[in-house]
Design a protein around this ligand. Structure first.
Ligand code: F3S
Length: 423
C-alpha cells in the first residue's frame, strides 16, 4: 500500500505507540482488501464504550486496555491520546437513566459512566445513538467517513451522498486516531452505481410501506445496489431511515438510489452509469403481501412487549406516539419501550411528549435498544414493533415471537394486551 510521508511517520511510531498500532492495523486491513492507499477522514462513528459484561475484566485493567484490545486489536496496552478525527459513539448497551429497568447490574452501569468520561477526554462525542445524522453528525455529499452500524451506513451513502463502508470496532478505532481509512469499496466512484432496477407498481407511502419495501429489496438484491423507479410520494427522513434499516437487515444493502430524491443520481441513467442492469425487479400488491407474511414470526396474539424506535425515533415519531397514547393506559401485562436519541429526548421532554408517554405507563429510553443490549423485560414471549429491522432480529436474538405493524397498530396493541394489527 502507498503511504504518504505523514502516514509513514505515524506507522514508525513518531506520533506515539497508539497511532503506530492504528496505522499498522489500517495497513494490514487495507492490504487484505486490495486498497492501494488510505484516504483522509474527519468523520468517524464507532463503538468505544465499555458497556457489555464480557469486557468487564478488561475495564478492570483500565480503559486504555479496553481501547487497545477492542479498538486497536492490540494485546499490548498503549496509552490512548486525543482522537485525530471528529468521532462519535454510536448506540451503547446501557441507558444511563433506565439501566435498572433494563436489568443491568449497578457496577456495569457505573463502568459505562466512567468509560464515557474517559472517551470524552479523548474527543469522542457521546451521541449514543444508531442515528447520528438525527443529532448533528450530518456529513456532506462526497465526504469520506468511517462509520459502523448498517442502518447508519446505508443512510450516509444513499441519502447524504457521503462515503463509507460498514466498518468495525477496530477500523473505526484506528481511523479515529489517525484520520485515515482504506480507500476501497464505497469510497470509490465506480462502486457506487446501481446494479438492479426495482419498479414499483403500487404506491409506497407510509412508514410501514417503506419498511416492507426495504425488507423485500434486501432479500431481492442481497448486498448489491438497487435503484427505485415509480416512487410517487416524496419520502421523508423517517421513511428512508426505516427503508434503509430494513434493506440492510434482510440483505446487506449499503447503498441505493432514488432519482429525484437521493443526491447522486438525478435519473436512472445516472444511477446505473457504466454498469449493466443485472435484473429488473417488480414490486406490487402480491410482493407486498408476501413480504408482510414473511416478516411476521408470531402466531400468539397475546403480546407482552412493544418496542418502538428502531432506528431511534425522530422528534416527529415521538410526537406521534404521544398523540396516540394521550389519555390511554398500557395493559398491565405489557411493557412499552420507546427509544430515541438522548438529544431528541430532551426536546420531547420540553414539548411534553415524554410526560404523556410515561403517564400511559411506557418507558422512554435513550442510548440503547433491545437488539444491541440484548435486554428485554424478563419473561417476554411475544413482541410487537413498527420496525422491520427489529422484527427481523429480536425473534432470533431473544427467542421470542414477533409481530410487525404500523405505529398505531403497536400502540393499540400495547393498550389492548393483544395484537391489533393484521396477521
Ligand atoms: Fe438502532 Fe438497535 Fe435498531 S442499533 S437500528 S435501534 S437494532
Amino acid at each position: 500500500m502507498r503511504l504518504t510521508d505523514h502516514e509513514k511517520s505515524m506507522l514508525s511510531g513518531d506520533h506515539g505507540a497508539a497511532k503506530a498500532r492504528a496505522m499498522d492495523l489500517l495497513v494490514r486491513y487495507g492490504e487484505a482488501l486490495g486498497a492501494e492507499r488510505l484516504v483522509e477522514t474527519n468523520n468517524v462513528a464507532g463503538a468505544f464504550n465499555a458497556s457489555t459484561p464480557s469486557i468487564r475484566h478488561l475495564a478492570e485493567q483500565g480503559f486504555d486496555k479496553v481501547f487497545s484490545e477492542l479498538n486497536l486489536d492490540s494485546d499490548e496496552t498503549v496509552e490512548i491520546p486525543r482522537m485525530e478525527a471528529s468521532t462519535c459513539q454510536l448506540i451503547t448497551g446501557i441507558d444511563n437513566d433506565n439501566w435498572r429497568i433494563q436489568g443491568v447490574d449497578p457496577h456495569l452501569a457505573e463502568l459505562q459512566r466512567q468509560s464515557e468520561k474517559y472517551l470524552g477526554q479523548r474527543g469522542i462525542n457521546m451521541m449514543a445513538t444508531c442515528t447520528p445524522y438525527q443529532v448533528g453528525n450530518v456529513p456532506v455529499k462526497g465526504e469520506h467517513c468511517a462509520w459502523m452500524e448498517s442502518s447508519a451506513v446505508i443512510y450516509c451513502n444513499s441519502v447524504l451522498g457521503a462515503r463509507t463502508n460498514v466498518e468495525g470496532k477496530e477500523s473505526t478505532g484506528a481511523a479515529a486516531l489517525t484520520g485515515r481509512i482504506p480507500y476501497w469499496g464505497f469510497h470509490l466512484d465506480e462502486n457506487r452505481y446501481a446494479q438492479h432496477l426495482v419498479e414499483l407498481d403500487i404506491a409506497v407511502d407510509d412508514m410501514m410501506d417503506w419498511g416492507l419495501l426495504g425488507y423485500f429489496i434486501g432479500y431481492a438484491v442481497e448486498e448489491e445496489i438497487p435503484v427505485l423507479s415509480g416512487v410517487a410520494h416524496q419520502p421523508s427522513l423517517v421513511k428512508l431511515k426505516h427503508f434503509g434499516a430494513a434493506a440492510a437487515s434482510s440483505g446487506g444493502v449499503e447503498m441505493y438510489h432514488i432519482p429525484g430524491v437521493t443526491p447522486e443520481a438525478a435519473t436512472l441513467e445516472q444511477a446505473f452509469g457504466p454498469r449493466e442492469t443485472k435484473s429488473v425487479i417488480r414490486y406490487g400488491a402480491r410482493e407486498r403481501a408476501q413480504t408482510f407474511e414473511k416478516i411476521q414470526s408470531a402466531t400468539d396474539r397475546k403480546i407482552d412487549f412493544v418496542m418502538l424506535g428502531c432506528p431511534h425515533n425522530s422528534i416527529e415519531q415521538m410526537e406521534l406516539i404521544a398523540h396516540l397514547l394521550e389519555g390511554r393506559t398500557i395493559h398491565p401485562d405489557v411493557q412499552l419501550w420507546v427509544h430515541t436519541p438522548r438529544a431528541i429526548k430532551q426536546i420531547a421532554d420540553r414539548s411534553g411528549y415524554c410526560e404523556v408517554i410515561e403517564k400511559a405507563g411506557a418507558v422512554v429510553m435513550s442510548d440503547t435498544c433491545p437488539a444491541i443490549s440484548r435486554r428485554m423485560p424478563p419473561g417476554v414471549r411475544v413482541i410487537a414493533t413498527d420496525s422491520a429491522k427489529q422484527a427481523h432480529y429480536l425473534p432470533a436474538i431473544g427467542k421470542v415471537q414477533g409481530w410487525f405493524g404500523s405505529v398505531r397498530h403497536c400502540v393499540d396493541s400495547a393498550v389492548a394486551g393483544e395484537w391489533m394489527g393484521a396477521a
